[in-house]
Design a protein around this ligand. Structure first.
Ligand SMILES: Cc1cc2nc3c(=O)[nH]c(=O)nc-3n(C[C@H](O)[C@H](O)[C@H](O)COP(=O)(O)OP(=O)(O)OC[C@H]3O[C@@H](n4cnc5c(N)ncnc54)[C@H](O)[C@@H]3O)c2cc1C
Length: 394
Protein backbone atom coordinates (compact mmCIF):
# COMPACT_ATOMS: atom_id res chain seq x y z
CA UNK A 1 0.00 0.00 0.00
CA UNK A 2 1.68 3.22 -1.10
CA UNK A 3 0.13 6.34 -2.56
CA UNK A 4 0.65 10.01 -3.17
CA UNK A 5 0.73 12.72 -0.56
CA UNK A 6 -2.44 14.87 -0.63
CA UNK A 7 -2.28 18.38 -2.07
CA UNK A 8 -2.95 20.86 0.73
CA UNK A 9 -2.45 24.58 1.30
CA UNK A 10 -2.60 26.76 4.40
CA UNK A 11 -6.12 27.80 3.37
CA UNK A 12 -7.16 24.25 2.44
CA UNK A 13 -5.55 22.02 5.05
CA UNK A 14 -6.27 18.46 6.16
CA UNK A 15 -8.36 18.08 9.30
CA UNK A 16 -6.04 15.42 10.76
CA UNK A 17 -2.60 14.06 9.86
CA UNK A 18 -1.62 10.81 11.57
CA UNK A 19 2.15 10.30 11.95
CA UNK A 20 3.08 6.59 12.18
CA UNK A 21 1.48 3.49 10.70
CA UNK A 22 1.86 1.11 13.64
CA UNK A 23 -1.09 -0.40 15.50
CA UNK A 24 -1.97 2.93 17.11
CA UNK A 25 -1.90 4.93 13.86
CA UNK A 26 -3.95 2.30 12.03
CA UNK A 27 -6.53 2.15 14.84
CA UNK A 28 -6.90 5.92 14.52
CA UNK A 29 -7.21 5.62 10.74
CA UNK A 30 -9.91 3.00 11.18
CA UNK A 31 -11.79 5.16 13.72
CA UNK A 32 -11.55 8.27 11.51
CA UNK A 33 -12.96 6.30 8.58
CA UNK A 34 -15.89 5.26 10.77
CA UNK A 35 -16.33 8.84 12.03
CA UNK A 36 -16.38 10.15 8.46
CA UNK A 37 -19.23 7.82 7.66
CA UNK A 38 -21.20 8.74 10.79
CA UNK A 39 -23.36 11.80 11.26
CA UNK A 40 -22.62 14.38 13.92
CA UNK A 41 -25.30 16.73 15.26
CA UNK A 42 -24.02 19.59 13.07
CA UNK A 43 -22.65 17.46 10.22
CA UNK A 44 -19.07 18.50 11.04
CA UNK A 45 -17.57 15.00 10.58
CA UNK A 46 -18.71 14.74 6.99
CA UNK A 47 -15.89 16.75 5.48
CA UNK A 48 -13.19 15.51 7.77
CA UNK A 49 -10.06 15.09 5.62
CA UNK A 50 -7.32 12.90 7.03
CA UNK A 51 -4.14 11.16 5.92
CA UNK A 52 -1.54 8.81 7.49
CA UNK A 53 2.21 8.95 6.85
CA UNK A 54 4.65 6.19 7.74
CA UNK A 55 8.40 6.44 7.38
CA UNK A 56 9.03 2.74 6.65
CA UNK A 57 8.01 0.93 3.47
CA UNK A 58 5.58 -1.27 5.44
CA UNK A 59 2.79 -0.75 7.96
CA UNK A 60 2.80 -2.26 11.45
CA UNK A 61 5.72 -0.62 13.28
CA UNK A 62 6.70 -2.92 16.15
CA UNK A 63 4.37 -5.63 14.81
CA UNK A 64 5.95 -7.51 11.94
CA UNK A 65 6.00 -11.13 10.74
CA UNK A 66 8.69 -13.22 9.14
CA UNK A 67 7.81 -14.52 5.69
CA UNK A 68 6.81 -17.71 7.46
CA UNK A 69 4.11 -15.95 9.51
CA UNK A 70 6.04 -15.88 12.81
CA UNK A 71 6.06 -12.76 14.99
CA UNK A 72 9.23 -10.69 14.98
CA UNK A 73 7.69 -8.05 17.26
CA UNK A 74 4.60 -7.92 19.48
CA UNK A 75 2.98 -11.32 19.87
CA UNK A 76 1.14 -12.03 23.12
CA UNK A 77 -2.29 -10.87 24.17
CA UNK A 78 -3.43 -11.48 27.74
CA UNK A 79 -6.99 -12.40 28.84
CA UNK A 80 -7.67 -9.06 30.55
CA UNK A 81 -6.87 -7.03 27.41
CA UNK A 82 -10.43 -6.34 26.32
CA UNK A 83 -9.63 -3.83 23.57
CA UNK A 84 -7.31 -6.30 21.83
CA UNK A 85 -9.77 -9.16 22.20
CA UNK A 86 -12.58 -7.01 20.77
CA UNK A 87 -10.36 -6.05 17.83
CA UNK A 88 -9.37 -9.67 17.19
CA UNK A 89 -13.03 -10.74 17.25
CA UNK A 90 -13.97 -7.87 14.97
CA UNK A 91 -11.26 -8.89 12.46
CA UNK A 92 -12.30 -12.54 12.80
CA UNK A 93 -8.76 -13.77 13.62
CA UNK A 94 -7.86 -17.12 15.15
CA UNK A 95 -5.78 -17.34 18.32
CA UNK A 96 -3.18 -19.85 19.54
CA UNK A 97 -2.83 -20.50 23.27
CA UNK A 98 0.74 -20.21 24.58
CA UNK A 99 0.76 -23.62 26.21
CA UNK A 100 3.91 -23.37 28.31
CA UNK A 101 2.48 -20.26 30.05
CA UNK A 102 -0.24 -20.57 32.68
CA UNK A 103 -1.59 -17.00 32.52
CA UNK A 104 -3.90 -17.56 29.52
CA UNK A 105 -1.90 -15.52 27.01
CA UNK A 106 -2.49 -16.13 23.30
CA UNK A 107 -0.87 -15.33 19.95
CA UNK A 108 -2.54 -14.71 16.61
CA UNK A 109 -2.58 -17.70 14.27
CA UNK A 110 -0.30 -16.69 11.36
CA UNK A 111 1.12 -13.77 13.33
CA UNK A 112 0.05 -10.47 14.88
CA UNK A 113 0.67 -8.80 11.51
CA UNK A 114 -2.75 -10.23 10.56
CA UNK A 115 -4.19 -7.50 12.82
CA UNK A 116 -2.29 -4.90 10.82
CA UNK A 117 -3.38 -6.42 7.49
CA UNK A 118 -6.98 -6.59 8.71
CA UNK A 119 -7.00 -2.89 9.64
CA UNK A 120 -5.07 -1.83 6.52
CA UNK A 121 -7.42 -3.73 4.20
CA UNK A 122 -10.30 -1.62 5.45
CA UNK A 123 -8.60 1.63 4.50
CA UNK A 124 -8.68 3.33 1.13
CA UNK A 125 -5.19 3.31 -0.41
CA UNK A 126 -5.22 7.05 -1.09
CA UNK A 127 -5.33 7.84 2.65
CA UNK A 128 -1.93 6.27 3.39
CA UNK A 129 1.60 7.19 2.27
CA UNK A 130 4.55 4.93 3.03
CA UNK A 131 8.22 5.99 3.04
CA UNK A 132 7.24 9.48 4.16
CA UNK A 133 9.11 10.61 7.22
CA UNK A 134 8.17 13.74 9.17
CA UNK A 135 11.20 16.03 9.56
CA UNK A 136 9.67 19.33 10.70
CA UNK A 137 6.46 20.41 12.43
CA UNK A 138 5.73 24.15 12.51
CA UNK A 139 2.85 26.21 13.88
CA UNK A 140 1.89 28.74 11.23
CA UNK A 141 -1.01 30.78 12.64
CA UNK A 142 -3.78 28.30 13.30
CA UNK A 143 -2.43 25.64 10.98
CA UNK A 144 0.33 23.04 11.37
CA UNK A 145 2.85 22.93 8.54
CA UNK A 146 4.48 19.50 8.29
CA UNK A 147 7.60 18.81 6.23
CA UNK A 148 8.22 15.27 5.02
CA UNK A 149 11.03 13.40 3.35
CA UNK A 150 9.33 11.15 0.85
CA UNK A 151 11.18 8.35 -0.97
CA UNK A 152 10.41 8.59 -4.63
CA UNK A 153 12.82 6.25 -6.33
CA UNK A 154 14.97 3.95 -4.19
CA UNK A 155 17.22 6.07 -1.97
CA UNK A 156 16.18 9.33 -3.68
CA UNK A 157 13.89 11.50 -1.57
CA UNK A 158 11.91 14.66 -2.17
CA UNK A 159 10.70 17.17 0.35
CA UNK A 160 6.91 17.56 0.61
CA UNK A 161 4.67 19.79 2.72
CA UNK A 162 1.31 18.96 4.29
CA UNK A 163 -0.86 21.58 5.99
CA UNK A 164 -3.19 20.24 8.66
CA UNK A 165 -5.41 21.59 11.41
CA UNK A 166 -4.39 18.80 13.77
CA UNK A 167 -1.50 16.36 13.90
CA UNK A 168 -1.54 13.08 15.85
CA UNK A 169 1.91 11.81 16.77
CA UNK A 170 1.82 8.00 17.27
CA UNK A 171 5.55 7.28 16.88
CA UNK A 172 7.53 6.40 20.05
CA UNK A 173 7.88 9.52 22.25
CA UNK A 174 11.68 9.45 22.05
CA UNK A 175 11.51 9.64 18.24
CA UNK A 176 9.94 13.12 18.51
CA UNK A 177 13.31 14.24 19.90
CA UNK A 178 15.46 12.69 17.19
CA UNK A 179 18.00 15.02 15.63
CA UNK A 180 16.28 14.97 12.22
CA UNK A 181 12.98 16.43 13.51
CA UNK A 182 12.36 20.05 14.46
CA UNK A 183 9.35 21.46 16.31
CA UNK A 184 8.67 25.20 15.93
CA UNK A 185 7.85 26.45 18.51
CA UNK A 186 9.41 23.72 20.67
CA UNK A 187 7.14 21.38 22.60
CA UNK A 188 6.68 22.23 26.30
CA UNK A 189 9.58 21.56 28.70
CA UNK A 190 7.53 18.98 30.59
CA UNK A 191 6.76 17.11 27.38
CA UNK A 192 10.39 17.09 26.21
CA UNK A 193 11.54 15.87 29.60
CA UNK A 194 8.92 13.05 29.62
CA UNK A 195 9.90 12.07 26.08
CA UNK A 196 13.59 11.98 27.06
CA UNK A 197 12.84 9.70 30.00
CA UNK A 198 10.51 7.37 28.12
CA UNK A 199 11.61 3.87 27.17
CA UNK A 200 10.43 2.56 23.78
CA UNK A 201 9.31 -0.83 24.97
CA UNK A 202 11.29 -3.78 23.52
CA UNK A 203 13.13 -1.58 21.03
CA UNK A 204 16.50 -2.91 22.31
CA UNK A 205 15.51 -6.50 21.78
CA UNK A 206 16.66 -8.95 19.13
CA UNK A 207 14.33 -11.81 18.31
CA UNK A 208 15.94 -14.96 16.93
CA UNK A 209 13.61 -17.54 15.44
CA UNK A 210 14.92 -21.09 15.03
CA UNK A 211 13.01 -23.21 12.51
CA UNK A 212 12.72 -27.02 12.28
CA UNK A 213 11.03 -29.57 10.04
CA UNK A 214 9.30 -31.11 13.05
CA UNK A 215 8.67 -30.28 16.69
CA UNK A 216 11.49 -31.63 18.86
CA UNK A 217 10.37 -30.07 22.13
CA UNK A 218 7.45 -30.16 24.56
CA UNK A 219 6.03 -27.99 27.32
CA UNK A 220 8.34 -29.55 29.95
CA UNK A 221 11.44 -28.70 27.89
CA UNK A 222 10.22 -25.14 27.27
CA UNK A 223 9.50 -24.54 30.95
CA UNK A 224 12.83 -26.07 32.00
CA UNK A 225 14.69 -23.91 29.51
CA UNK A 226 12.93 -20.75 30.71
CA UNK A 227 13.96 -21.51 34.30
CA UNK A 228 17.48 -22.32 33.09
CA UNK A 229 17.75 -19.07 31.13
CA UNK A 230 16.70 -17.10 34.21
CA UNK A 231 19.35 -18.76 36.39
CA UNK A 232 22.07 -18.56 33.73
CA UNK A 233 21.37 -14.89 33.11
CA UNK A 234 21.42 -14.11 36.82
CA UNK A 235 24.69 -15.86 37.65
CA UNK A 236 26.76 -15.96 34.49
CA UNK A 237 25.25 -13.29 32.27
CA UNK A 238 24.33 -14.05 28.71
CA UNK A 239 22.55 -12.64 25.70
CA UNK A 240 19.41 -14.80 25.89
CA UNK A 241 16.69 -13.69 28.32
CA UNK A 242 13.56 -15.61 27.30
CA UNK A 243 12.25 -18.25 24.91
CA UNK A 244 8.85 -19.49 23.70
CA UNK A 245 7.25 -21.90 21.27
CA UNK A 246 6.31 -19.97 18.12
CA UNK A 247 5.07 -22.95 16.09
CA UNK A 248 1.94 -22.51 14.00
CA UNK A 249 -0.07 -25.69 13.84
CA UNK A 250 -3.34 -25.81 12.00
CA UNK A 251 -6.19 -26.81 14.23
CA UNK A 252 -8.55 -27.81 11.44
CA UNK A 253 -8.23 -29.55 8.10
CA UNK A 254 -9.86 -26.51 6.46
CA UNK A 255 -6.67 -24.44 7.07
CA UNK A 256 -4.70 -24.36 3.84
CA UNK A 257 -1.50 -23.08 5.45
CA UNK A 258 1.23 -25.56 6.24
CA UNK A 259 2.42 -26.18 9.80
CA UNK A 260 5.50 -24.35 11.05
CA UNK A 261 7.77 -25.62 13.83
CA UNK A 262 9.88 -22.98 15.54
CA UNK A 263 10.83 -21.45 18.82
CA UNK A 264 11.72 -17.82 19.39
CA UNK A 265 14.44 -16.44 21.62
CA UNK A 266 14.54 -12.92 23.08
CA UNK A 267 18.09 -11.66 23.28
CA UNK A 268 19.95 -8.54 24.26
CA UNK A 269 22.91 -8.66 21.90
CA UNK A 270 26.28 -7.78 23.42
CA UNK A 271 27.27 -5.60 20.49
CA UNK A 272 30.87 -5.15 21.59
CA UNK A 273 31.40 -8.87 20.91
CA UNK A 274 30.77 -8.33 17.21
CA UNK A 275 32.39 -6.28 14.53
CA UNK A 276 29.72 -3.67 13.88
CA UNK A 277 31.13 -2.98 10.43
CA UNK A 278 30.77 -6.55 9.20
CA UNK A 279 28.00 -7.17 6.73
CA UNK A 280 24.62 -7.76 8.37
CA UNK A 281 24.20 -11.29 6.97
CA UNK A 282 27.42 -12.66 8.38
CA UNK A 283 26.75 -10.85 11.66
CA UNK A 284 23.33 -12.39 11.93
CA UNK A 285 24.68 -15.84 11.23
CA UNK A 286 27.26 -15.41 13.97
CA UNK A 287 24.67 -14.01 16.35
CA UNK A 288 22.23 -16.89 15.72
CA UNK A 289 25.05 -19.40 16.27
CA UNK A 290 26.14 -17.78 19.55
CA UNK A 291 22.57 -17.64 20.82
CA UNK A 292 22.04 -21.30 19.95
CA UNK A 293 25.31 -22.31 21.64
CA UNK A 294 24.18 -20.44 24.74
CA UNK A 295 20.91 -22.42 24.68
CA UNK A 296 22.84 -25.69 24.34
CA UNK A 297 24.95 -24.82 27.33
CA UNK A 298 21.85 -23.88 29.39
CA UNK A 299 20.20 -27.12 28.28
CA UNK A 300 23.10 -29.29 29.36
CA UNK A 301 23.39 -27.63 32.76
CA UNK A 302 19.69 -27.44 33.65
CA UNK A 303 17.49 -29.87 31.74
CA UNK A 304 17.15 -33.31 33.29
CA UNK A 305 14.67 -34.64 30.73
CA UNK A 306 15.78 -36.76 27.79
CA UNK A 307 14.62 -34.08 25.30
CA UNK A 308 17.70 -32.66 23.58
CA UNK A 309 17.31 -30.04 20.90
CA UNK A 310 18.92 -30.86 17.52
CA UNK A 311 20.52 -28.32 15.16
CA UNK A 312 18.11 -25.81 13.63
CA UNK A 313 17.29 -25.98 9.94
CA UNK A 314 16.64 -22.25 9.49
CA UNK A 315 16.94 -19.03 11.46
CA UNK A 316 15.66 -15.44 11.29
CA UNK A 317 17.21 -12.59 13.26
CA UNK A 318 15.50 -9.24 13.78
CA UNK A 319 17.21 -6.36 15.62
CA UNK A 320 14.60 -3.79 16.65
CA UNK A 321 17.32 -1.39 17.79
CA UNK A 322 18.43 -0.99 14.19
CA UNK A 323 15.10 0.28 12.87
CA UNK A 324 15.83 3.99 12.84
CA UNK A 325 12.18 5.10 13.15
CA UNK A 326 11.67 2.97 16.28
CA UNK A 327 14.97 3.21 18.16
CA UNK A 328 17.45 6.05 18.63
CA UNK A 329 20.19 3.67 19.83
CA UNK A 330 21.31 0.95 17.38
CA UNK A 331 23.63 -0.73 19.92
CA UNK A 332 21.79 -0.69 23.28
CA UNK A 333 23.10 -2.43 26.39
CA UNK A 334 19.88 -2.77 28.39
CA UNK A 335 16.22 -3.57 27.76
CA UNK A 336 15.08 -0.84 30.12
CA UNK A 337 12.13 -0.91 32.49
CA UNK A 338 8.61 -1.58 31.38
CA UNK A 339 6.99 1.84 30.85
CA UNK A 340 4.77 3.25 33.61
CA UNK A 341 1.79 5.43 32.72
CA UNK A 342 2.94 9.04 32.38
CA UNK A 343 0.07 11.52 31.84
CA UNK A 344 2.48 14.14 30.45
CA UNK A 345 3.14 11.94 27.41
CA UNK A 346 -0.58 11.98 26.59
CA UNK A 347 -1.19 15.72 26.94
CA UNK A 348 -1.91 17.67 23.75
CA UNK A 349 0.21 20.70 22.79
CA UNK A 350 -0.05 24.02 20.90
CA UNK A 351 -3.38 25.75 21.46
CA UNK A 352 -5.05 27.26 18.42
CA UNK A 353 -5.44 31.06 18.71
CA UNK A 354 -8.89 31.02 17.11
CA UNK A 355 -10.68 28.55 19.37
CA UNK A 356 -9.76 26.44 22.35
CA UNK A 357 -8.73 23.33 20.42
CA UNK A 358 -5.24 21.87 20.53
CA UNK A 359 -3.24 21.26 17.36
CA UNK A 360 -0.88 18.41 18.36
CA UNK A 361 -2.15 15.17 19.96
CA UNK A 362 -0.19 12.17 21.23
CA UNK A 363 -1.22 8.54 20.79
CA UNK A 364 1.12 5.52 20.53
CA UNK A 365 1.46 2.86 23.19
CA UNK A 366 3.93 4.69 25.48
CA UNK A 367 1.38 7.52 25.89
CA UNK A 368 -1.34 5.16 27.14
CA UNK A 369 -2.51 5.60 30.72
CA UNK A 370 -3.43 1.94 31.32
CA UNK A 371 -1.22 -0.46 29.32
CA UNK A 372 1.79 1.54 28.10
CA UNK A 373 4.26 -0.49 26.05
CA UNK A 374 1.76 -3.14 25.00
CA UNK A 375 -0.47 -3.57 21.95
CA UNK A 376 -3.45 -2.93 24.24
CA UNK A 377 -1.92 0.48 24.98
CA UNK A 378 -1.43 1.25 21.29
CA UNK A 379 -5.17 0.74 20.72
CA UNK A 380 -6.20 2.39 24.01
CA UNK A 381 -4.21 5.55 23.30
CA UNK A 382 -5.82 5.80 19.85
CA UNK A 383 -9.31 5.61 21.41
CA UNK A 384 -8.33 8.30 23.92
CA UNK A 385 -7.22 10.67 21.16
CA UNK A 386 -10.40 9.95 19.20
CA UNK A 387 -12.43 11.05 22.25
CA UNK A 388 -10.34 14.23 22.46
CA UNK A 389 -10.94 14.95 18.76
CA UNK A 390 -14.68 14.27 19.01
CA UNK A 391 -14.89 16.87 21.77
CA UNK A 392 -13.25 19.35 19.38
CA UNK A 393 -15.78 18.69 16.68
CA UNK A 394 -18.90 19.00 18.85
C1 LIG B 1 10.33 -7.71 20.17
C2 LIG B 1 9.03 -7.14 20.65
C3 LIG B 1 8.14 -7.94 21.37
C4 LIG B 1 6.94 -7.43 21.83
N1 LIG B 1 6.06 -8.25 22.48
C5 LIG B 1 4.83 -7.80 22.81
C6 LIG B 1 3.84 -8.70 23.29
O1 LIG B 1 4.06 -9.90 23.38
N2 LIG B 1 2.62 -8.18 23.63
C7 LIG B 1 2.32 -6.84 23.49
O2 LIG B 1 1.19 -6.44 23.80
N3 LIG B 1 3.25 -5.98 23.01
C8 LIG B 1 4.48 -6.43 22.64
N4 LIG B 1 5.40 -5.57 22.09
C9 LIG B 1 5.05 -4.15 22.00
C10 LIG B 1 4.07 -3.85 20.85
O3 LIG B 1 4.59 -4.39 19.66
C11 LIG B 1 3.90 -2.33 20.77
O4 LIG B 1 3.32 -1.88 21.98
C12 LIG B 1 2.97 -1.84 19.65
O5 LIG B 1 3.17 -2.53 18.46
C13 LIG B 1 3.21 -0.34 19.48
O6 LIG B 1 2.39 0.19 18.48
P1 LIG B 1 2.41 1.77 18.21
O7 LIG B 1 1.59 2.02 17.01
O8 LIG B 1 2.08 2.50 19.47
O9 LIG B 1 3.95 2.13 17.93
P2 LIG B 1 4.98 1.59 16.73
O10 LIG B 1 4.60 0.21 16.42
O11 LIG B 1 6.30 1.90 17.27
O12 LIG B 1 4.56 2.50 15.53
C14 LIG B 1 5.08 3.80 15.34
C15 LIG B 1 5.29 4.02 13.85
O13 LIG B 1 5.73 5.37 13.64
C16 LIG B 1 6.66 5.35 12.56
N5 LIG B 1 7.44 6.59 12.63
C17 LIG B 1 8.41 6.91 13.52
N6 LIG B 1 8.90 8.13 13.27
C18 LIG B 1 8.22 8.60 12.19
C19 LIG B 1 8.29 9.82 11.44
N7 LIG B 1 9.16 10.81 11.76
N8 LIG B 1 7.47 9.98 10.36
C20 LIG B 1 6.59 9.00 10.01
N9 LIG B 1 6.49 7.83 10.70
C21 LIG B 1 7.29 7.63 11.77
C22 LIG B 1 7.46 4.09 12.81
O14 LIG B 1 8.14 3.65 11.65
C23 LIG B 1 6.37 3.11 13.26
O15 LIG B 1 5.84 2.37 12.19
C24 LIG B 1 6.60 -6.07 21.60
C25 LIG B 1 7.47 -5.26 20.85
C26 LIG B 1 8.66 -5.78 20.38
C27 LIG B 1 9.58 -4.91 19.57
Amino acid sequence: MSSSIPETTASSPLTVLIVGGGLSGLTLAHELTALNQSTSPNGSYKHLKWHLVESQNYLGGRIKNTSSRIDMGGAWIWPFQFKMHTLIRDLDLKMIRQEEEDDGRVRIHNGAACIIDGLANRLKKEFVTLEASVTAVEKVGNIVKVTLNHSVDGPATEQRIIYTKQLIWTAPPRMALSSHITWTPPLSHSKISAQQQSNTWMSSVTKVIFGYSEKHWNVTWLRGMRRGIFEYNRFRGGEVFDLYDSSIISSSSSDDDSNIYAFTVFALVEWNRYNKNESRVSDDETIARRIFDELLSIQSSTIQSSTRIPEYTSFTVHHWSQISSISDNPFPNSVGNHPHPNPVLSQPEWKCNEDERYMIYFAGTESDLHSPGLMEGAVGSAYRVMDELRLNHK
